[in-house]
Design a protein around this ligand. Structure first.
Ligand code: GLU
Length: 479
């Protein structure tokens, strides 16, 4: 069997959209699953859309996300060059072959003439005028330096059919396909031509790309057939939407891998979630490492309907990755976000991180979870009232001095000793321990909801600060 070869062929137009990364991921997973090669090709023939720096973003994103290519501009390979602008002469050579084979022709019509051609619906459509030029005339005009393009010669009748592995049989009537430009007047190929030549020359067996190419594929097949080349297998992927009406957009900052990394989603979770955008495994397992994804990936699991980006699920996955992460990795990944908190630098960073680790889904939630440590001050005493915890303002008045004494006597200032001391106190006072813990927490944080319980926070604050806060709250109560 021929070795499976897939490719990711992004255009350097700015940044790497989630949809693009999903295409790369599926190509990678499919190739790796079948012991094949995954190729990166940069499609930069449309110079008007080129954005400086985007090739670097592509390399960085792929490297960072673990979607590693076996061949590409940066790593080399036997089928290079892997950047289309470096393959310019090759396309002209193959376009000439296609002309010889009858699949294309030279066209000297001016852009103005072409623009003036309109069909009944008002669409500009080339009328094949140059198809009837004689060989001699073509040669003479080229020799005279007249500008020309090379156009595809699409039959006027008939239809092209192929089987897409996701969408099934696709048929497009040739009358609906125009004689598109394959080589522009500057000698550069269009995507429509370059993708065919490159996929063939690079030995690509499975073409995986977005649905926007589903209906253009019959015209590419015409070229494969005219060249006498074997057509690749096609796998078109459903679009990714924000919701039923909207696409993910750059403007909302929810369209690229980098956007999500910046917002503090765990990288592995982003890749894991992207895999589930349009594909589902046979089992119900959702959290999967890259190697588990390779193992479970199959084309049958790819659906046809648009995939909706479910942020709640993506965050949930991210939280699962955080829970499973080693403390060392968590520290390395979370510290840049920790630095955005008011509490950073005021307390032991490791303790701050352990306070938040099981309580966040994305790293950027860290500041909001711990900023309260630095927000202590006057508060509404009604917060002591809590029926569920059997606590009240009166009880707070009665027991806060005892809490203060008890904590003051604890010799080892850590969460478990402090906790044991308060439990002991509740037994002595014959009241529920939740009530004691609730009152202690309000008194040292001035907040009803905090990451961490009273004694966890007391450990972080340290003895001096904890006792100071308890006194402050007592003053407030007895005022
Ligand atoms: N350069 C094309 C794009 O970015 C690639 C399409 C394909 O995979 O064939 O949309």
């Amino acid at each position: 069997m021929t070795k499976v070869r897939t490719r990711f062929a992004p255009s350097p137009t700015g940044y790497l959209h989630i949809g693009g990364l999903r295409t790369a991921l599926y190509g990678f997973l499919f190739a790796k699953k079948h012991g094949g090669d995954f190729v990166l090709r940069i499609e930069d023939t449309d110079t008007t859309r080129y954005v400086e720096g985007s090739v670097e973003i592509i390399y960085e994103t792929m490297h960072d996300s673990g979607i590693v290519h076996d061949e590409g501009p940066d790593v080399g390979g036997d089928y290079g060059p892997y950047v289309q602008s470096e393959r310019k002469s090759l396309y002209l050579e193959y376009a000439k072959k296609l002309v010889e084979a009858g699949g294309a022709y030279y066209c000297f019509c001016t852009p103005e003439r072409v623009a003036s051609l309109k069909d009944e619906e008002g669409n500009v459509r080339y009328d094949k005028r140059c198809l009837s030029l004689s060989r001699e005339e073509i040669k003479a005009r080229i020799d005279a330096g007249e500008p020309y393009v090379i156009r595809q010669n699409v039959p006027l009748e008939g239809a092209g059919t192929y089987t897409d592995l996701v969408y099934g049989d696709i048929t497009v009537e040739y009358k609906d396909i125009e004689d598109g430009i394959l080589i522009k007047s500057d000698g550069m190929p269009t995507y429509n031509f370059a993708n065919v030549v490159d996929d063939h020359l690079m030995g690509i067996t499975h073409v995986i790309r977005g649905t926007e190419y589903l209906s253009s594929t019959p015209k590419y097949n015409l070229m494969y057939d005219a060249f006498g080349w074997e057509r690749p297998v096609y796998i078109h992927l459903p679009p990714i939407m924000k919701d039923a009406q909207h696409k993910l957009s750059k403007r909302n900052g929810d369209a690229s891998y980098a956007d999500f990394v910046e917002k503090g989603y765990v990288k592995e979770a982003i890749v894991n979630y992207i895999a589930l955008l349009g594909w589902s495994p046979k089992s119900n397992q959702e959290k999967m490492s890259l190697s588990e994804l390779i193992e479970n990936f199959s084309l049958e699991g790819i659906g046809r309907s648009p995939a909706i980006f479910d942020d709640v699920k993506c965050r949930w996955l991210s939280g699962e990755y955080i829970k499973a992460m080693s403390d060392e990795d968590f520290e390395a990944n979370a510290t840049p976000f920790l630095k955005n908190s008011k509490a950073y630098g005021k307390y032991d960073s490791k303790k701050l991180l352990s306070l938040v680790k099981g309580r966040i889904q994305i790293y950027s939630e860290i500041p909001e979870k711990i900023d309260f440590l630095e927000e202590f001050g006057e508060f509404d005493l009604a917060m002591f009232e809590n029926q569920k915890q059997k606590a009240s303002v009166q009880l707070a008045k009665d027991i806060l001095p005892r809490i203060l004494d008890k904590l003051n006597c604890v010799t080892e200032w850590n969460n478990s000793s402090l906790f044991n001391a308060l439990v002991e106190l509740s037994t002595e006072l014959e009241i529920k321990k939740q009530a004691v813990l609730w009152i202690a927490r309000i008194a040292i944080t001035a907040k009803e909801a905090t990451a961490g319980g009273a004694t966890e926070i007391a450990e972080l604050l340290g003895k001096e600060e904890t006792l100071k806060r308890l006194k402050f709250s007592m003053d407030l109560l007895y005022k």
